[in-house]
Design a protein around this ligand. Structure first.
Ligand code: PTJ
Length: 245
């Protein structure tokens, strides 16, 4: 179907179309479409814009990624369709590895996602045939490649609570991107950017570009002044206020 740019929900329709295409080509899980619908509902409540709270969280996240020694960006079937180029560009800006991690894992899906990332400029992609495990995860999300095992900071866009909690337990700093401020992932992460991945990933890169020349002490100061709990409370209040006003 040809989408009309003047349609008031053009951006949203584009995302839906990308995910439907992803499902038809075996990249996105069927449940990924449902997960996106839940995300859309929260995005609607946020006004489909990046809030000042998300800006603040993205700045802290960019500082953390730049301070990291071995950062990793986790990629699944939704993000591979929604923002592949942006993920690759962000990885390059902050010196992170890209690792595929799937809830509905099959090697074929992982290979297709790796192919998409490579087409978008990734030189190395981890997670196609992972041989290690992160303890404490009931699903196949437990599988981890070398990059994830060695990582100190992990960016998890569209994650489930189990793995977020397990990664924190394994001593990693976790940055989540999740439109639902109440999800277990949002609550368990060290930094949560409550925003749509299609806006949050490029925003993170812009913030990282701006902070790249800063001294370690300045980055640490940005990080230490960020309070995830307070940020999540402010986002939740923002949603409630939009509802009642
Ligand atoms: O590709 P796979 O096999 O790893 O499967 C991926 C899904 C998405 C099915 C899997 O990760 C899953 O079940 O996710 P959940 O537990 O439904 O969580 C998805 C979370 O992401 C929810 O809190 C949604 O609100 C949020 N979300 C959905 N779409 C977006 C989003 N957050 C940011 N941007 C989005 N576009």
């Amino acid at each position: 179907m040809k989408l009309d740019r003047r349609h008031p929900r053009y951006a949203s329709l584009l995302q839906r179309e990308a995910l439907v295409k992803g499902y038809e080509s075996g990249v996105t899980a069927l449940a990924g479409l449902i997960a996106h619908g839940r995300g859309e509902a929260f995005d609607y409540l946020l006004g489909e814009v990046t809030t000042p709270m998300a800006e603040e969280a993205a700045e802290a996240a960019a500082a953390l990624l730049l301070l990291a020694e071995k950062p990793v960006i986790s990629v699944n079937g939704n993000t591979a369709m929604l923002c592949p180029r942006e993920l690759v560009d962000l990885a390059e800006t902050v010196g992170a590895e890209l690792e595929i991690n799937l809830f509905y894992r099959s090697e074929e899906r992982a290979r297709k996602i790796a192919e998409i990332l490579r087409k978008n400029g990734a030189k190395e992609v981890y997670g196609v045939a992972p041989e290690n495990e992160i303890p404490g995860i009931a699903s196949l999300r437990k599988l981890a490649d070398r990059a994830m095992i060695l990582s100190d900071v992990v960016l998890v866009p569209l994650e489930d609570g189990d793995r977020t909690e397990a990664l924190v337990k394994a001593g990693k700093k976790v940055i989540a991107i999740d439109l639902n401020p109440l999800s277990r992932t949002s609550q368990a992460a060290d930094i949560t950017i409550v925003d749509n991945v299609v806006r949050a990933v490029p925003l993170l890169r812009t913030k990282a570009e701006k902070l790249k020349g800063k001294k370690k002490e300045d980055l640490t100061r940005i990080l230490e002044s960020f309070d995830n709990r307070r940020n999540l409370e402010e986002v939740t209040k923002h949603i409630v206020n939009r509802f009642i006003s």
